[in-house]
Design a protein around this ligand. Structure first.
Ligand code: EPZ
Length: 437
């Protein structure tokens, strides 16, 4: 495990840049498999997830070239082929993206093999919606010892699906499968995150016919073939908000070049309610601690346009420094408060509850999950030895260590590389005091 020794207590100040969104770039890379000519994706960050998806595409015969500095990835899918199961399996547990390859691979090759998935441990993260969507299109899904095999001897045919919950991944699964299925597909209760809207834009450039109608309805008319695309990825609104929360927690002042207001409206409203200050211009957003007391708030995470679950963890660190009782109700993942244990060790006062607090009842209310938290602040944070639990929780621990008095050892920081480009370089640019151990 790689480790950082962090000397806290210094406000983070300065400027950093965010590039393309992790949760869009990986999906746009999968979409390239559907084309019959090469695609070019721009504004791609240097993060571990891009490497994992590039490797998996290469195993399937896609010629992938990356210009890391320029942030350009080109993908030529003209020689797509079935990968060796053992090679695909070597990627088991490294990412959740392979499940999205099902539709594109079945369209191109008639079959797909998907290894056991990875991703952050923030809940059960089932794939039942994905598999039932694939079956609705006429695919045969067989669970093997080490993964899932998908075949469609008669091809895939458009269908009507209503999701039990507006899942991001399941909506992407449907889009990536429907665009080349025979006939029309209708999806109700779809997710409409900005990253999904941009995936729809990518698919439209490739020749797909997709409409997004009021009330979370997406309609797709299948086409026989798609071509490659050129597209610039939207900026990573989770990374941008993470740096915003870091400015608040450390009494800092950070200009996040690339941050895009329209995708962050709900975060910005909440940031302002906590007492945080921000200035927006055409190139980015400057997030500042106001210099006066921060205020406690009640917050509920939700699907877009609500407050993103991925913003919750970094903001909770800032809420430990706000005056009064903050209430946070996590309604997207049932188990996303594990990271608060380390914050408590550092001096935060946080209680987690099974009940739905500070909002209406959610899917987890009757199920015994600790999915609400009450944070009592402000409490000074002190240094601790921490092992990073997951991507966003890990970044949050790092912020806490930077806000705390004293020297903390943060282990397992390689998890943070999955989604935060060059975060050590950015910390340095912001004046953070730390060493790699
Ligand atoms: C995406 O995960 C993101 N990951 C997550 O970001 C993000 O937190 C999440 O969307 C919500 O915005 C990627 O894009 C790679 P979901 P995804 O399907 O698609 C339940 C990060 O830190 N569900 O919208 O996997 C599920 O358990 C990561 O960058 C089922 O029950 O999320 C959850 O409670 C973490 N069955 C809810 O739906 C299914 O088959 C929402 O999950 C699928 C999902």
């Amino acid at each position: 495990m790689s480790e950082l020794r962090v000397h806290g207590g210094t406000p983070l100040t300065g400027e950093i840049t965010v590039r393309g969104a992790k949760n869009f770039v990986s999906k746009a890379m999968v979409a390239a498999v559907l084309g019959d000519s090469p695609s070019e994706l721009r504004n791609v960050p240097q993060i571990k997830d891009v490497k994992v998806v590039s490797d998996i595409l290469r195993l399937h015969g896609v010629h992938v070239e990356r210009d890391r500095e320029a942030g350009v990835v080109t993908m030529d899918p003209q020689r797509v082929e079935t990968a060796h199961m053992a090679e695909v399996n070597a990627h088991a547990g490294s990412s959740r993206i392979p499940i999205l390859l099902c539709g594109p691979l079945v369209h191109r090759l008639g079959e797909a093999f998907i290894p056991d998935l990875g991703g952050c441990h923030i809940g059960d993260r089932p794939i039942d919606y994905h598999l039932s969507i694939l079956r609705e299109f006429g695919a045969r899904v067989d669970k093997l010892e080490s993964g899932i095999s998908i075949t469609a001897p008669n091809g895939l045919t458009g269908t009507q699906v209503e999701l039990p919950y507006p899942s991001v991944g399941a909506t992407e699964q449907l889009l990536l499968t429907a665009v080349r299925a025979r006939g029309k597909t209708e999806l109700r209760n779809a997710a409409i995150e900005p990253e999904i809207m941009d995936l729809i834009s990518v698919l439209q450039r490739m020749g797909a016919i997709i409409s997004v109608d009021p009330g979370r309805v997406i309609r797709v008319e299948g086409v026989e073939s798609l071509r490659g695309y050129t597209f610039t990825a939207l900026p990573d609104r989770i990374e941008a908000a993470s740096w915003g929360a870091a400015a608040l927690a450390t009494h800092g002042d950070i200009y996040v070049r690339g941050a895009h207001q329209a995708d962050m409206v709900t975060f910005l409203n909440t940031f302002r309610k906590v007492g945080g200050a921000f200035d927006i211009d055409d190139d980015g957003i400057r997030f500042r601690h106001p210099g006066t007391e921060l205020k406690a708030i009640a917050l509920e995470t939700d699907v877009h346009p609500g407050f993103m679950t991925d913003w919750q963890q970094p903001l909770v660190v800032a809420l430990t420094q706000a005056s009064g009782l903050s209430i946070v109700h996590e309604t997207v993942y049932e188990n996303r408060f594990g990271f608060t244990e380390a914050l408590k060790e550092m001096g935060a006062t946080i209680q987690v509850y099974r009940e739905c607090l500070g909002g209406g009842p959610c899917r987890f209310g009757q199920k015994n999950f600790f999915h609400s938290a009450i944070i009592s602040g402000p409490t000074p944070l002190h240094a601790a030895d921490i092992v990073v639990p997951d991507l966003r929780g890990g970044f949050s621990h790092l912020i806490a260590a930077l806000a705390a008095e004293g020297t903390s050892n943060v282990r397992g920081i390689e998890l943070i590389n999955r989604g935060y480009e060059n975060f050590e370089g950015k910390l340095e640019a912001l004046g953070a005091k730390f060493e790699t151990v």
